[in-house]
Structures are given as structure tokens and as C-alpha cells.
Design a protein around this ligand. Structure first.
Ligand code: ADP
Ligand code: TYD
Length: 204
């Protein structure tokens, strides 16, 4: 059985991930690929409980990082690896790059500490493709303001998101073989086209 591919979606809040999820789904469907959709933090019953705490309760940056990785450990073992081993593709709305961007860039935690957790939880396991939805922070803020309620991260100030965006771009620069950086200030149609092309290449 051929192992499925692991695709992750990343970007600052309001960058347009959810909007493009539908495109990704139909693109996989057209290519005849079986897949599951999942998310972090969350993706398992325990992970979803952790997500509710992470998005709503105040906590120290250390606790936050550990809980993100606790949710990931469960997600990886219970959902992601089993699905990939049966040949299914896994699409995850966020994964470890988000910890480097938010807990590392945003909260200022040492990357070396996060790398220890990454190695502990996933060894060398990495996504096959990561779509980074990138756009200026002020544009994302404007889009986010259309939402009725904002969670603990979405309520952060602009400088937090500037650091998160920069940390994401740094990751993309370090791992160019798996990252596709999407200019999210373009129209949804233009972004969709780039995603479809990238998926077609990955399917070959
Ligand atoms: P995310 O899931 O990354 O937080 P969403 O997909 O929910 O972002 O998008 C945030 C808001 O921006 C929504 O109101 C959505 O309709 C709008 N939006 C998404 N993509 C675009 C785009 N390319 N151009 C303009 N507005 C967009
Ligand atoms: P997300 O599901 O994108 O939020 P929404 O459903 O509101 O679009 O992500 C939840 C939040 O968790 C997001 O603000 C980023 C944050 N996050 C981290 O800080 N570190 C992580 O490792 C992950 C996976 C998410």
C-alpha cells in the first residue's frame, strides 16, 4: 500500500485558509484521492478538549507550547499516521510550523526548545506539502474583524502577528522543498489556481 501524503495549511489568522479548504477538497476529489480533513490544535476527542482550553484560557507560554505538542502527539498517533498508512491523504489545518510561528515568533519562545518538542513528538516526520497563506498583517486584521467573536490568539495585537508572519516566512525559507507560499492578498480565484497546480504536481 502506497503511503498517503500529508498536507498542511498555515498562515496568520484571517489569511484565508478556511476559504481555500473547499478548493483543496475538490482538487483532491478530481484527482481521485481519498483523504481526511483534520486540524490543530484538535483533531482527536482529547485534542479538541485541549483546543478549547488553548483558545480560551490564559496560561504561560510554556504551558501553551506543551499543550500544543500534547495535542499533536495524540493527533499524530491516533489519526494522522494511521490514515497515511492506509494510503489516505491527510489535510491538516495547521501543524508544527504554527508552533514555531506562534509560540516561537509570537510569544518569543526559544526555537531550540520547540525543536526538542518537535523531535520528541514526531522524530523526523514532516508534511509533504505546506501551503503558507501569506499577506500583510493589516489586511488579515481587516478580514478578521468581519468575524463575530475572536479567540485568545485572534485578540493579540498587530506586533504579535508581525512576528508570527515573519517566523512563518523564515520557516518557508528554510524548507523550500515542502513550502508553497501563497500571496493571499490576491483574489480567491488566483489563489485557488496555484493550489490546484501544486496538488496536480504532488499527485504525479
Ligand atoms: P482563516 O481561515 O485563514 O482565518 P478565512 O478563510 O476565514 O481565514 O478568511 C477570513 C475572511 O477573509 C473571510 O471573511 C473570507 O471571506 C475573507 N477572504 C478569504 N480569502 C480572501 C481573498 N482572497 N480576498 C478577500 N477576502 C478573502
Ligand atoms: P485556527 O484553527 O486556524 O483558528 P480558527 O478556527 O479561528 O481559524 O487556529 C487556532 C489558533 O491556534 C490559531 O490562532 C493559531 C493557534 N496555534 C498556535 O498558536 N500554535 C500551534 O501549534 C497551533 C497548531 C495553532
Amino acid at each position: 500500500m502506497k503511503r498517503g501524503k500529508f498536507i498542511t495549511l498555515e498562515g496568520i489568522d484571517g489569511a484565508g485558509k478556511s476559504t481555500q479548504m473547499e478548493v483543496l477538497k475538490s482538487s483532491l476529489h478530481l484527482n481521485g484521492i481519498e483523504y481526511i480533513l483534520t486540524r490543530e490544535p484538535g483533531g482527536t476527542p482529547l485534542g479538541e478538549k485541549l483546543r478549547a482550553l488553548l483558545l480560551n484560557e490564559s496560561m504561560s507560554p510554556e504551558t501553551e507550547a506543551l499543550m500544543m505538542f500534547a495535542s499533536r502527539a495524540e493527533h499524530l498517533r491516533e489519526v494522522i499516521l494511521p490514515a497515511l498508512s492506509t494510503g489516505k491523504w491527510v489535510i491538516s489545518d495547521r501543524f508544527t510550523d504554527a508552533s514555531f510561528a506562534y509560540q516561537g515568533g509570537g510569544r518569543g519562545m526559544d526555537y531550540s526548545r520547540l525543536a526538542v518538542l518537535e523531535d520528541w513528538v514526531q522524530g523526523g516526520f514532516q508534511p509533504d506539502r505546506t501551503f503558507l497563506f501569506d499577506l500583510p498583517v493589516e489586511v488579515a486584521r481587516e478580514r478578521l474583524m468581519r468575524n463575530e467573536s475572536l479567540d485568545r490568539f485572534e485578540q493579540e495585537r498587530e506586533d504579535f502577528f508581525l512576528r508570527v508572519r515573519n517566523a512563518y516566512l523564515e520557516r518557508a525559507g528554510r524548507f523550500p522543498e515542502r513550502f508553497v507560499v501563497l500571496d493571499s492578498s490576491r483574489s480567491p480565484e488566483e489563489i485557488s489556481k496555484q493550489i490546484e497546480e501544486s496538488i496536480a504536481t504532488l499527485c504525479k
